[in-house]
Design a protein. Sequence first.
Length: 563
Amino acid sequence: MLVLDCQATGASPAFGHVLEMGWTVVRGDGEGAAPVEAHWIALPEGHTVPAQVRKLTGWQPSAAVGALPDREVWRRLLAAVGSARPAPTAIHFARFELAFLREWAARLEPDAPFPFDPVCVYAVANRLYPDLPRLSLRALAGYLGHGLALERRAPGHVEATAFVWRRMRDELAARGVSTWEALRAWLAESAAPRRPRPSKPRYPIDSQRFRSLPDQPGVYRFLRRNGDVLYVGKAASLKKRTASHFVGRASKLVVPEMLTQVSDIAVTVVPSALEAALLENETIKALNPPYNVQLRPGDPRVWYSDAAFSSAAAAPDDVHHVGPLSSEHALRPLGALVGLLAGGAATLSVRAHAVGVSALWPPDEAVFAAGWQGLLARHREGLAALMAGADDPRWQALQLARVFLASFASLAAAEGDRDVDEATEPGAEREWDPERVTRHLERAGAQAYRAYRRSRWLRLLQDCDVTYREPGSVTARGLQIRGGQVAGATAPGDERCSAAAFDGAPDRPMAAAGAFDRARYDRLRILTTELKRVLRDGGDACVTTRSGRALRAARLRAIAAVI
């Protein structure tokens, strides 16, 4: 029988065209399948691939170079079928593919009968597994023990559909359904009762598995039946956190598609929630689980700015030494402020950088000028003190941005620890006005100032000793950070790490400050976030720097307010 999948630029032939098609032939005796054949398909003249479809399928313009005409792909597909027409055909969600296949058949072979006898795998699975929360191809394949990449490509979908079909075929045979005709009759049985889907999802994993986990901090890994790691998470309590995925309101916040595939949970117990967060980061980067969106390995670069905040480089040099930064654009608003305070022209790039948007959506000159004057009026007293204190526009820009950050303290608290280096695009549908320009000037300046202060803090944190006591705990722990990595830990009960010993004198030599990469940046950013949590929730902490200076809780809280 034939197993087929296609990807398209729209939901139906009325709204799009087939972009990629793949197929294989599986044997009735279960002895595997032929190699998958798949092709990108040339689109009609003047048609393009929507951005969302590019993102889902990974399509790039280079794919168009080797794309085949639909007529040639149709010929190859019929050659795979041979003379067995109409060919028994398994398609995961047949309603989608059949619309395109029928359009092709009517246009390319109008006088021939439709060459496929399709069965919807989703419909079969709906009868076989009525209690599964999701029956998408990825969920169904994962439940049965086959991994499928998040990218929607026809070759992978054909392989997954063939795998699912072979597993379902055995279950159908156990129900006495062993021929194509019997399958048709089984699906058509209107009298056969179908169990209604439960109001609460029933996940495949035995609830005793997550209820029996330790009530301790650690890292957990959700596993498929074949051992693939689906997701990595951290927990202050492994038992409570993993259970929250499957029961109560929290279960609705996690992808049911993923939970459908979870057959087991592996855990690593650690001494504290802070160390669980650090281990989670390292585990995600090592395993790259498909359902972890944050912290996955990506661009390995961090960035460094010049002193005037006007340019950035991916490595420090004699000119670019302000960093590390998560983005090459992180300090552009500061550079724009420097230029404006020095009396420079409000060019298109300066206007865009100053309000924190791309060059596609800057305010026009008149509106920007009005917004800039509104900003100066709003901060007249502070600006007067700045201008009297120094003539250096760079110093003035940093101090002004510091004022902006203070005025946005409530907003920062509402947004939590979201990466403030992100620019907020206004969008073409929203018009600029002077008040909005003023607001974006303040916001962009505040975000850039936080990125600047964070970079200084991370350089300090990469070689230090950290002593901390989790909220509610009576014992403290110590971490030795060397070269941006955890070089050692002090166990609870060690007198050097008692609750009263928050001077944190280092007992191992400090390393020289080294170059950052993304792994070091993320590790220290997470350590920073966890220290802020510890202090916020009533714990204690002290950071001892390379120079031997001890930054205790009060000082750390002040630092946390600007990073």
